[in-house]
Ligand binder design. Sequence first.
Ligand code: FAD
Ligand code: EPU
Length: 338
Amino acid sequence: MTVTSNVSLQPFNTFGIQASCRYFTEINSINDLQELQKEPAFMQPLKLILGGGSNLLLTKDVDGIVIKNNLKGISIVSQTEDYVLVKCAAGEVWHNFVMWTIGQNLGGLENLSLIPGCTGASPMQNIGAYGVEIKDTFHELEAIDMKTGELVRFDNNACKFGYRESVFKRDYKDRYFIASVTFKLSKKPVYHIEYGAIKQQLDAMGITELSLRAISDAVIHIRRSKLPDPAVIGNAGSFFKNPEVSAEKYNSLKESFPNLVAYPLENGSYKLAAGWLIEQSGLKGYRAGDAGVHTLQALVLVNYGKASGKDIYNLSTHVLQTVSQKFGVELEREVNII
Ligand code: FAD
Ligand code: EPU
């Protein structure tokens, strides 16, 4: 384990934002982390744990230490006739892990194919797509307390998962280094194809018999057609959450905007499609210098080249204000702002 100084973070964030950090290190084993805790650089008050950098906006240099999680390994912990507990080290690339589960014919994560980033960040915002969230298969995680060095386990309840939320994003922000995540995957998969365009995509692909692989392929196809590839154009996926509004607010909006895109929730309120709100505010494809609202998916902000983190942040404020003025709906940023 080595600690280097003044490292550029541009290759480590999918927005491709130029920012640097005072210290940088990669953790390849729990032992590395324990060693790091004895280093003077670890005394920096600011510690940023980094996975794939696909849900971050760097608005300034990191005046502290960046700890890149590089822990690897996938193992079967136990199994029954129906389920297998699979433990995945935090530094494994999420999509590679999903592909591994499909290769083993274990169901539960196939709808989450092609989400960028590492497994260790997946509980941070309870990643979700196409009708599935990790909380549906999450069993437990192991984390190191950055204050005490102690190894702590969190079960599903302790993580307080919600829509793009967990205890790690709020109460325990920067407190725990997630080292591994264990999922309860099914030997007898239940397929989820009700959401969005999955069914149509399966039909278009001529799939008559469902399989984990077919669903994964359909999801990958839809995602590639809609979302910008960070290797081509910098972005961090959806920049905002889809906002939840009361039935009363929904009804009044629906009266003024009959084409409003919304989904009823079990608690009686409604989730609005933020991409629709942004598009209807006239901002789809809007550009301020190199910071832009994506031309195909208005929920995604992009860096056309030389945008700074502040440029993207200012654009996000403009989007928030414009949507608020037109619809009286307050959007919330989903991306972690540093
Ligand atoms: P990073 O960006 O490196 O970190 C994110 C946060 O987690 C930071 O606060 C960081 O400090 C913290 N963190 C990271 N690793 C650890 C760890 N081991 N321990 C403790 N804290 C840690 N998300 C979805 O939910 N659904 C989607 O469909 C989706 N689509 C996307 C599409 C694109 C094109 C892109 C670019 C992003 C998308 N995202 C999506 C967002 C992103 O991929 C996920 O949030 C992902 O889990 C982030 O992983 P990461 O390793 O890149 O995290
Ligand atoms: N829409 C528009 N204009 C746009 C974009 C969307 O009108 O520019 C409307 C369309 O009616 C569309 C609807 O919004 O049918 C929903 O769009 P989409 O299916 O693309 O999904 P989303 O709600 O924009 C969410 C997640 C994505 C996830 C997809 C698929 C959030 C914040 N985003 O996007 O997650 O991949 O659903 O499940 O919940 C991410 O978190 O980074 C992310 C990409």
